[in-house]
Design a protein around this ligand. Structure first.
Ligand code: LMR
Length: 398
C-alpha cells in the first residue's frame, strides 16, 4: 500500500544540511539553514538560556501536561513582546496568544483555522516566500495565490507591482500573508510608509492579515523590527500572528513559537481561541513545555532579560558587520555589480539572485552551501571564511 504514496520532495533546506554534513572538504562553508552562528561557526546556547535551563531543572516539580494552549506564563508575555506592553489591543483584551511547536506549528494552526472558516480560502503569499509556507497552506486545503514582491534586477522590493497586483486580484475575505521583518528568503522588508499603505488596503478590501514574525530582533531591535506590525495591529479588526522564539533565543530544537489571535472584541476573541484549541487538539494535542518555560524564565527575570538582550544585540551587530564586511570585500575585488543589496537587506538572509547554476557551481567548486534559490544565511559568515566567500561570490555576481 505504501508504494502508492505520492510524496512531495521535502524542500532543499533540509537535504542541504545533510549534504553539508557529509562533505569532507575542511574549508566548506554553510550559508544554508537560517540559524545564527558565532564567528567560529558554532550555534551556541545563549548564556541567559543556559541559566534559565539550570533553574528549570532545579525547580520544575512536575511533567504534567501544559494544556492545549500551552504555558500560561509564556502566553501572557507574547502579546507584550510582539506589540509592546502598552499597545491598545492588550488594554482592550483583543489579543491572546497560544503556545505552539515553533513558528511553523503556529502557521499550521493558523492555516487550519482559515480552512475551518472557509474551506479553500485564498491565502496570498509573496513571490518568493519561505519554502514551507505554500506546502503548509495547501496541505491545510487553502488556495494559495502569489503577489509580486522581489525584483531581481534591483534585488529589492517591487512595491508598486505588489500593490497593483493585490488591488486587481485580492477579494474581500482573502487572507494576506506578510513577513513582519527579515523577510525570508529575501531580507527585503516593507518600510513603515509601505506598512501603512498595506494596512489601508487591508482595511479597504476587507482582508485578513496573517503575519509571520519569525525573526523579531535580528534586524534593528525587538521594537524597531515590528513597528509596521504594531501599526497594522492597532488598526485592523482581526489578525493572526505566527511568531517564533527559536531564532531570537537560539533554541531552534526546542520548537518554541506562538499563534496570537486578534479579534474584534473580547467575546469574539474567546470564541476564536476555543476554535484554535479545537484545531490543535486533533493535530498535536498539546505543545511541549521546555522552550516556552525557558523564554518565560528569561523574560520574567530582569537580570536574565538584560543578559539576553545584550546577547541578542551582539548577534544582530555581528550580522550587520558581516553584511558590510562582505560588501566591502566585494568592492575591493572590483565587482561591477551593485552590492548595496547586501547592506540594504535586513536580518539573517540575503537574496543574491544567483541562478541554480551559480548555486551548483559555488557548492561543487568552492564548497559554499546556500539554499537552492540563492538565499544566503549571512550569519554563516565569519572571519575564517568571509574572504573566500567574497572571492567566490565575486566570480558569479553579475
Ligand atoms: C530557514 O528558512 O532556514 C529556517 O526557517 C529553517 C527551516 O525550517 O526552514
Amino acid at each position: 500500500m505504501f508504494e502508492t504514496l505520492n510524496l512531495r520532495k521535502v524542500d532543499n533546506l533540509l537535504s542541504l544540511m545533510q549534504a553539508f554534513r557529509t562533505d569532507q572538504r575542511p574549508d566548506k562553508v554553510d550559508l544554508g539553514v537560517g540559524v545564527y552562528k558565532n564567528d567560529a561557526g558554532d550555534v551556541p546556547v545563549m548564556r541567559a538560556v543556559k541559566e534559565a535551563e539550570q533553574r528549570l531543572v532545579a525547580d520544575e516539580e512536575s511533567k504534567n501536561y501544559v494544556g492545549i494552549a500551552g504555558d500560561a506564563g509564556f502566553r501572557e508575555l507574547i502579546p507584550g513582546l510582539l506589540l509592546g506592553a502598552d499597545h491598545a489591543l492588550i488594554g482592550e483584551s483583543r489579543i491572546a496568544s497560544i503556545q505552539t511547536p515553533g513558528g511553523t506549528g503556529a502557521l499550521k494552526v493558523a492555516c487550519d483555522m482559515l480552512q475551518a472558516i472557509t474551506p479553500g480560502k485564498t491565502l496570498w503569499v509573496s513571490t518568493p516566500t519561505w519554502a514551507n509556507h505554500i506546502p503548509i497552506a495547501t496541505d491545510a486545503g487553502l488556495t494559495v495565490a502569489q503577489y509580486p514582491y522581489f525584483r531581481g534586477e534591483t534585488r529589492g522590493l517591487e512595491f508598486d507591482a505588489m500593490m497593483e497586483h493585490l488591488r486587481a486580484n485580492a477579494q474581500s475575505g482573502d487572507a494576506l500573508m506578510l513577513h513582519a521583518c527579515c523577510h525570508n528568503p529575501t531580507g527585503v522588508d516593507l518600510s513603515s510608509e509601505q506598512w501603512k499603505a498595506v494596512t489601508d488596503f487591508v482595511l479597504d478590501r476587507g482582508l485578513l492579515p496573517v503575519v509571520d514574525c519569525a525573526y523579531q530582533g535580528l534586524a534593528d531591535g525587538m521594537d524597531a523590527d515590528v513597528a509596521g506590525l504594531r501599526h497594522m495591529a492597532a488598526r485592523v479588526p482581526e489578525m493572526l500572528i505566527a511568531s517564533s522564539n527559536s531564532k531570537n533565543f537560539a533554541i531552534y530544537r526546542e520548537r518554541t513559537g506562538a499563534l496570537s489571535l486578534v479579534a474584534k472584541s473580547k467575546i469574539e476573541l474567546a470564541a476564536t481561541f476555543a476554535a484554535a484549541e479545537t484545531v490543535i487538539r486533533s493535530n498535536y494535542s498539546m505543545p511541549p513545555s521546555h522552550g516556552a518555560r525557558v523564554v518565560s524564565t528569561v523574560l520574567q527575570d530582569s537580570a536574565l532579560r538584560k543578559i539576553w538582550e545584550a546577547e541578542l544585540t551582539d548577534m544582530r551587530d555581528r550580522i550587520t558587520s558581516m553584511r558590510s564586511g562582505l560588501r566591502s570585500r566585494l568592492q575591493a575585488l572590483d565587482v561591477e555589480a551593485d552590492t548595496s543589496f547586501l547592506t540594504d537587506q535586513r536580518g539573517m538572509f540575503t537574496y543574491t539572485g544567483f541562478t541554480p547554476d551559480d548555486v551548483h557551481w559555488l557548492r561543487e567548486m568552492r564548497g559554499i552551501y546556500m539554499a537552492g534559490d540563492g538565499r544566503i544565511n549571512i550569519a554563516g559568515l565569519g572571519s575564517a571564511n568571509i574572504d573566500a566567500v567574497a572571492e567566490a561570490l565575486a566570480a558569479r555576481l553579475a
